[in-house]
Design a protein around this ligand. Structure first.
Ligand SMILES: [Zn+2]
Length: 219
């Protein structure tokens, strides 16, 4: 089963300021925290039929992509319904593009990856303090510049970099999920997930599409 690193999906707008943001503590010992979003309204600048999108650092999928993922028994994510609307713009702006498969916004869902596996990511981080937290086993580290470039969406940067850092996933840690995290932020998709996107003719590695890079299993 081939696997791919998800570099980016189209950014079609943002979450409304009324979206509820809750700070949640993810580890009581070191007081690491994260932001959890609820009552999300996603505000589109425009929509051209995109099914897998992002905004504000979160990802969202359309009704038809959610249905297709469920039909294909794709595992490793959860969805929560969101409200959708268009941003207020001056007149004359076409909000539904020619590529759209219907003439109004479909229902969208907040898409959160819950699958997890482990990968060899030594080159991706600079360890600032090797001491591990007793609670969550995390240490204090920061992503290297090379890593930041290696995870960038080529559509946004203009071109893909030469010799990106690989993400090598330990096969034994894989729990048969079709989408999973190998760090808090890196998302990996299986060929099954990619096939499902292609069944809906979602663009892969082309302008306005979903950007992926093939990656590897290791023992
Ligand atoms: Zn901790």
């Amino acid at each position: 089963m081939n696997i791919h690193f998800l570099l980016g999906v189209p950014v079609m707008g943002e979450m409304s300021p009324e979206t509820v943001k809750t700070k949640i503590t993810t580890c009581e010992v070191c007081e690491r925290w994260d932001i959890q979003y609820s009552d999300i309204t996603f505000i589109f600048d425009r929509w051209n039929g995109e099914d897998f999108i992002s905004g504000g650092g979160e990802q969202f999928i359309s009704q038809r992509l959610k249905d297709k993922l469920e039909e294909k028994k794709i595992k490793g994510f959860k969805t929560t319904p969101v409200n959708v609307k268009f941003s207020k713009q001056r007149g004359g702006v076409i909000r539904i593009g020619k590529g759209a498969y219907q003439d109004e916004l479909p229902a969208f869902y907040h898409f959160q990856v819950i699958g997890k596996a482990e990968a060899a990511l030594d080159d991706w981080y600079m360890i600032l303090d090797p001491t591990e937290c007793e609670g969550c086993k995390a240490n204090n580290k920061m992503m290297t510049i090379e890593a930041s470039k290696s995870r960038a969406n080529p559509e946004l940067t203009g071109k893909d970099i030469d010799n990106p850092l690989p993400i090598n996933v330990y096969h034994a840690t894989w729990k048969n999920n079709d989408i999973f995290l190998v760090s808090p932020t890196f998302k990996i998709l299986t060929e099954n997930f990619v096939d499902t996107l292609q069944e809906l003719e979602i663009k892969i590695n082309q302008k306005g599409g979903v950007w992926l890079r093939q990656t590897n299993w290791i023992e």
